[in-house]
Design a binder for this molecule. Sequence first.
Ligand SMILES: NC(=O)c1ccc[n+]([C@@H]2O[C@H](COP(=O)([O-])OP(=O)(O)OC[C@H]3O[C@@H](n4cnc5c(N)ncnc54)[C@H](OP(=O)(O)O)[C@@H]3O)[C@@H](O)[C@H]2O)c1
Length: 239
Amino acid sequence: MTDTPDTPDTPVTLITGGGSGIGAAVARRLLDAGQRVAVTGRGEARLRAFSAELGHPEGLLTIQGSTAEHAQVVAAVEATLKEFGRLDTVVANAGFATHDSVAEGDPAGWTEMVLTNVLGPALLIRASIDALKETRGRIVLVGSVAGFVNTPGNIYGATKWAVTGLAENTRREVTQWGVGVTLIAPGRVETPFWEATGSLPPGELLTADQIADSVVWAMTQPAGVDVNTVVVRPLGQPN
Ligand SMILES: NC(=O)c1ccc[n+]([C@@H]2O[C@H](COP(=O)([O-])OP(=O)(O)OC[C@H]3O[C@@H](n4cnc5c(N)ncnc54)[C@H](OP(=O)(O)O)[C@@H]3O)[C@@H](O)[C@H]2O)c1
């Protein structure tokens, strides 16, 4: 891509669910490094508050929309390209848990969880792949340790097992185009993810910044290096 004032060479990252927690921590890290970042989320107030907290930086674009809606994901990619002129990395980070079980939980919450956690990353990959081919960019999927271990009745975990599978299936397709794929699978992290349960889980937790460090580390490897799977637990988390 030509380096003109309208399309400068500064890398651009689009992060779904980037108004809080891990996504927001990644956005902060990248903005601090001088990169340009677009973040999405369903709640406009949350996005506004995040931008205000950072002092409305020039390199930050906030886009209201759901990662579970195809048209809204396409619109988010288009808005990012229109604003910044290129796309180097997408981070499929938006996700949540109903924190219930397959035998005793409430199925009413499962549709949105499955669509957000499983369909969302697939829609983001589909919508961004042409732009990523141009930059030989990177797809980062935020999975979970729950997508590597079995826990009784954990339907959220099943969505993350799907993300684990999607990451490698995607890698096998897009590596031919010079596009990298990184699956970051965090253990327990202190974020609003746990708000619905009323308290943080017992034991040690990572900070969102510690996971953001892993994301940025994978993104900043030398050309030709593709970090594929990173599982990061807090020391002391047994499963
Ligand atoms: N915290 C942990 O212990 C932990 C561990 C392993 C993996 N993870 C994963 O890490 C990722 C980030 O979670 P987090 O811990 O940082 O929690 P978080 O602070 O709750 O972040 C999730 C973000 O996703 C957004 N979101 C939810 N549904 C969305 C949708 N359909 N479309 C667009 N945005 C949506 C939320 O904003 P809106 O509600 O405004 O849309 C929120 O900003 C998730 O995929 C989660 O499963 C978390």
